[in-house]
Design a protein around this ligand. Structure first.
Ligand code: NAD
Length: 556
């Protein structure tokens, strides 16, 4: 048997524990006390020096995937330095820790795996999930991000290789909104995989069996949710990257019973609605006059539409009129009242097409009157098109030009991730609309010049929302997570976009200031949680001070 961890001297335990390890920043007194003298070079370093070295090593990596691996290893070795590095330059590190690089990391996870982070709960452990959860070394887990790996970003079934998503999302809870890292537990439910190449790959580290489905699937997730309540009673569960056939039913099943949310549905909706608030300011057209056309009718699209409808109704619009401002295109064409076999969550958006004027040469399909997106745009005349379909290039030149013919300032949100799935690039949307499009994308696009003007495309990144909502939940120990909290978060986020941001087309506050932005959003949501009686802690005199007092500080 190898020497057990408890047999190791404190010096080795300290250096091996990423949460304790400060590398060469230990003072002489600490080195004496912990028996570290001689185990480290004798120069005593500041955080700044260590950050310089980390940047040097990061920059020396030859690819984004290598950079991802470097950061992952740093997180395993020196947690505080990892978070200090992320916080020092979000624009540089976030696309590596999360989208788009995390997509490639998931696809290659079985090959690049070094140290599995988080927990893997497989069907083999059915009936024992609470016992397995107790193997996690931290007792007071406050956030679990969980996926079953079936719909990772727009990349389909990645099985247990989807672990990169909970790991990355939770890192951003800490980096962007200061949720302490020890509160976080990434989880993958290993329910099999239908990914043929993984099933044939000896390096695939999960169970090699077809996915379980139906009642068997739901009863496993029930056991998981109950086990979390038992083992970590103050924990909020964030469901992440489930396919739509599971995402919506799971949210409905648990949202009124336990503290949980689905970021693909509610977080996406919140950041998209915040983007629409910004776009309304640029286009000088109120929310109530916007008509949204969604390309893709999955979790993200329906979630955005639902929250948009809630917002319009809060502004005094009737539900019927609010619903009619949202139209969907799915893989069968434009969704309408007579389209057969619609899922129940889409029925309220299946409108009567009797009063519409179709283009003369429109190609009419069997179960949808319109299949071509240009035809749909010309028929519905939307003010905004929102891409959540994972169909790359769906917003082609014809579609963008049609939007630009109809609108002085067309709103174009190609939200599908990763970059390879984006419905169009920011540059295409700007160029094809002659510089008039208001753009927010799912994956980051670099600033560009067009017609002598600078454009800074906004990234409609959920990271503006879920870490901040998470911080509010953490500080208040909220019992439930509601859609109204996400609407409050969207309003707070949108209110922080300045006129200067808007003047270059940026409809969100810059990512570089995401930490300050998130804390403000967290304070606003925390106030709302107290106001709606969902907090478990007593309301303090100063809610801002409560939130700020909970923020994790990675400095030494
Ligand atoms: P989903 O699988 O639930 O939905 C995708 C939908 O697109 C499905 O309804 C599918 O039928 C539809 N679709 C497929 N082919 C189509 C076609 N040819 N025409 C029209 N529709 C088609 O996935 P989701 O959770 O809704 O996510 C969709 C995309 O949005 C993903 O790429 C995801 O990464 C991205 N997303 C981005 C953000 C963000 O940027 N903030 C947030 C969430 C999701």
């Amino acid at each position: 048997m190898p020497q057990s961890r408890t047999d190791l001297p404190p010096s080795v335990r300290t250096l091996n524990d990423s949460r304790l390890n400060l590398g060469c920043a230990f003072t002489d007194e600490q080195r004496e006390e912990l028996g570290l003298v001689g185990l480290l070079p004798d120069g005593i370093e500041t955080l700044e020096i260590q950050l310089d070295r980390a940047r040097l090593q990061f920059d020396a990596q030859g690819s984004d995937l290598a950079k991802y691996q470097y950061l992952s290893a740093l997180q395993d070795r020196q947690e505080r330095l990892f978070y200090a590095l992320l916080r020092s330059d979000f624009e540089r590190y976030m696309p590596i820790v999360y989208t788009p690089t995390v997509g490639e990391a998931c696809q290659k996870f079985g090959h690049i795996l070094r140290r599995p982070k988080g927990m893997y709960l497989s069907v083999k452990r059915r009936g024992n999930l609470a016992k397995v959860l107790r193997n996690w070394p931290v007792r007071d887990v406050r956030f679990i991000v969980v996926t079953d790996g079936e719909r990772i970003l727009g990349l389909g079934d990645q099985g247990v290789c989807g672990m990169g998503i909970p790991v990355g999302k939770l890192a951003l809870y800490t980096a962007c909104a200061g949720v302490p890292p020890e509160a976080a537990l990434p989880v993958v439910l290993d329910l099999g995989t239908n990914n043929e190449s993984f099933l044939a790959d000896p390096l695939y580290p999960g169970l090699k069996m077809p996915r379980i489905t139906g009642d068997e699937y739901f009863s496993f997730v029930d056991e998981f949710v109950d086990a979390v309540q038992e083992v970590f009673p103050r924990c909020c569960i964030q469901f992440e990257d489930f396919t739509n056939k599971h995402a919506t039913p799971l949210l409905r099943r648990y949202r009124d019973r336990v503290c949980c949310f689905n970021d693909d549905i509610q977080g996406t909706a919140s950041v998209a609605v915040a983007g629409l608030f910004g776009a309304c300011r640029v286009a000088r057209k109120p929310m109530g006059e916007q008509t949204l056309l969604f390309m893709g009718a999955g979790s993200a699209g329906v979630g955005i539409a639902d929250l948009f409808v809630t917002q319009l109704m809060a502004d005094g619009c009737s539900e019927r009129d609010a619903l009619k401002r949202c139209w969907f295109v799915n893989s069968r064409g434009m969704v309408h009242e007579k389209m057969p076999n619609l899922p129940d969550y889409l029925e309220r958006y299946a409108h009567d097409v009797a009063g519409l004027t179709f283009p003369a040469n429109a190609r009419v399909g069997v179960d949808s009157p319109l299949k071509d997106l240009v035809d749909v745009v010309e028929t519905i005349r939307p003010t905004a098109i929102i891409g959540v379909s994972t169909v790359a290039h769906a917003f082609n030149e014809g579609v963008v030009r049609a939007m630009a013919r109809i609108n002085a300032r067309p709103i174009i949100f190609p939200l599908s991730n990763p970059t390879s799935k984006s419905e169009c690039t920011a540059e295409e949307a700007i160029r094809w609309s002659d510089g008039r499009a208001i753009v927010a994308s799912g994956s980051p696009f670099a600033p560009l010049h067009y017609g002598g003007k600078l454009f800074v495309p906004g990234q409609g990144n959920n990271v503006y929302i879920y870490p901040a909502v998470g911080m509010a939940i953490y500080a208040t120990e909220a019992t439930r997570v509601t859609d109204a909290m996400f609407l409050r978060a969207a309003e707070s986020l949108a209110s922080q976009t300045t006129e200067q941001d808007l003047s270059v087309g940026l409809i969100y506050p810059p990512i570089s200031s995401i930490f300050e932005t998130s804390i403000e959003v967290a304070i606003a949501v925390a106030r709302f949680i107290f106001h709606t009686g969902l907090a478990r802690v007593r309301e303090p005199a100063d809610i801002e001070q409560l939130v700020r007092s909970k923020v994790y500080d990675p400095s030494f």
